[in-house]
Design a protein around this ligand. Structure first.
Ligand code: GLY
Ligand code: MN
Ligand code: MN
Length: 473
């Protein structure tokens, strides 16, 4: 938890953005997985954590935008809680750490909300995503569960996006630490990517690194030689030479700030000609579209720059043909990269996505496209200093998509389907970095993770050492 001044300032800034009513933030409760008291890893709601700093269940925070009153609702641990879970500071002590002057028992929350509603006050809340929170909000506000999303506060969503998307130096330092954990996760995966190794062994090992360094993974690890499946959470394959291993994995720290990094390594550590050719195109798309990041420029432009680099590279290999600009304008590149160049990140790996991607990655000037592929671009709007985003181009050979486009005779003037058929066993390649938009340009965050062909090969031939934490941060 940061110093209480951080949370006081964040709430003051929120107050400046809002005109009236009361904001209600409910801390995430524990979530059960197979019976009530057997719970998943506890994860606080990022918005509650941002404004109140407490990564504990059993709290709700209210901010009255007219009176200025702030209240944390929560219950002190009783003797049973202490016996089973250990001691915890009192609610008034925890409130003081968050810089909140007033605390009340959790049981007072329904009356507080009911009395505000009776006075015609507006209760602002963000779109909920946890079942228990939805049930609680529905009961507190008298709104059916199915109506909560529509009744959530657009004013609060806009204010929270405005504050949270610009990261300060404390937040950037946390994200950099999370990238440093990812450095160890990814270099370890590269060293383990040997023929005969099971994907599950590597996935389990690198998830263990995130936990051993005090946090968790920031999303379920994507690790597969079937990298053509973009979000592949199955780790059942045994590695064999000739295949590429895509590892898309990041850490989140105790502060909840995240990293999101992808590296692709040839099994056995040496690229063959075909792998190197495709890899160099993706690498160029990654490095050249990072190099043009700057404030005031729409990230959508970087996305199409990546699309052109990929189309040109594939044309040079004979997989695509015709005019590159026309191919990209028609969307032919989406056969190979059917996703967007990146998204914002912070406390959530897809930062603020739960508030509605169009409120986060787009604005009144930049609207989301609806055509296949480009519609998946999560961040299209103009960049500004303080945004942290991912840059993650890829080339994938997805047999079902190749068959579909071919059967539909799509983009036949831009794609050599006979040649593409010969790559159906290739898999995919993605390279992803986390980048800060600075006042003038950009900065790639964290300890550099091997990325060029030479760097990846030099790392992959090394033996894995046992976890070494000292000196990492
Ligand atoms: N880790 C999922 C993504 O790259 O967006
Ligand atoms: Mn990723
Ligand atoms: Mn990503």
């Amino acid at each position: 938890m940061f110093d209480k001044k951080v949370y006081i300032e964040r709430r003051n800034k929120l107050r400046n953005e809002m005109n009236n009513g009361i904001a209600l933030f409910i801390a995430n409760p524990e979530a059960s997985f197979n019976y009530p008291s057997n719970t998943y890893y506890y994860r606080q709601d990022s918005h509650f954590s941002y404004f109140f700093g407490l990564n504990l269940p059993g709290f709700a925070g209210c901010i009255d935008f007219e009176s200025g009153e702030e209240i944390l609702f929560g219950n002190d641990f009783d003797i049973d809680d202490i016996i089973w879970m250990g001691e915890q500071p009192s609610v008034s002590e925890l409130s003081a750490r968050a810089g909140v002057n007033q605390s009340q028992p959790y049981g007072n929350l329904p009356d507080y909300i009911a009395s505000a509603l009776a006075k015609g006050r507006k209760i602002h809340f963000l779109p909920p995503y946890r079942g228990k929170v939805m049930i609680e909000l529905a009961a507190l506000l008298g709104i059916p569960v199915t109506g909560l999303k529509a009744e959530s506060s657009l004013e609060l969503i806009r204010a929270v996006v405005k504050l949270k998307e610009v990261k300060d130096s404390l937040e950037i330092a946390e994200i950099e630490k999370a990238v440093d954990v990812a450095w160890l996760m990814h270099t370890t995966a590269m060293k383990m990517a040997k023929s005969g190794m099971k994907e599950q062994e590597i996935a389990g090992t690198i998830e263990g690194i995130a936990i051993a360094l005090g946090g968790a993974v920031s999303f379920p690890i994507i690790l597969s030689v079937d990298g053509q499946t973009l979000h592949n959470h199955h780790h059942h394959n045994i590695l064999q030479e000739g295949r590429m291993l895509v590892v898309d994995a990041g850490a989140e720290l105790a502060s909840l700030y995240a990293s999101d990094i992808t590296r692709t390594v040839p099994v056995g550590g040496k690229f063959n000609r075909r792998q190197r050719e495709i890899y160099e195109i993706v690498l160029k798309a990654n490095t050249e579209t990072i190099a043009t990041i700057k404030p005031g420029k729409e990230y959508r432009e970087n996305h199409f720059q990546a699309a052109r680099i990929i189309a040109q590279g594939l044309k040079d290999l004979g997989l695509m043909k015709g005019d590159v600009d026309e191919a990209v304008a028609a969307g032919a590149h989406t056969l190979f990269m059917p996703h967007g160049l990146g998204h914002q990140m912070g406390m959530d790996v897809h930062d603020l996505e739960g508030l509605g991607e169009d409120h986060v990655g787009y604005d009144e000037h930049t609207r989301r496209a609806t055509d296949f592929g480009t519609a998946y671009l999560r961040l299209g709007k103009k960049l500004k200093p303080g945004l942290v985003l991912t840059n993650e181009p890829g080339i994938y050979f997805i047999p079902a998509l190749i068959d579909k486009f071919r059967a539909e005779k799509k983009f036949t003037e831009f794609i050599d389907y006979n040649k593409v058929e010969t790559y159906k066993d290739f898999g995919g390649i993605r390279i992803e970095d986390d980048v800060l938009v600075t006042e003038t340009a950009y900065r790639i965050l964290g300890k550099p993770i091997p990325k060029t062909v030479d760097e990846v090969e030099a790392t992959a031939v090394q033996q894995r050492e046992w976890l070494k934490i000292e000196g990492l941060f």
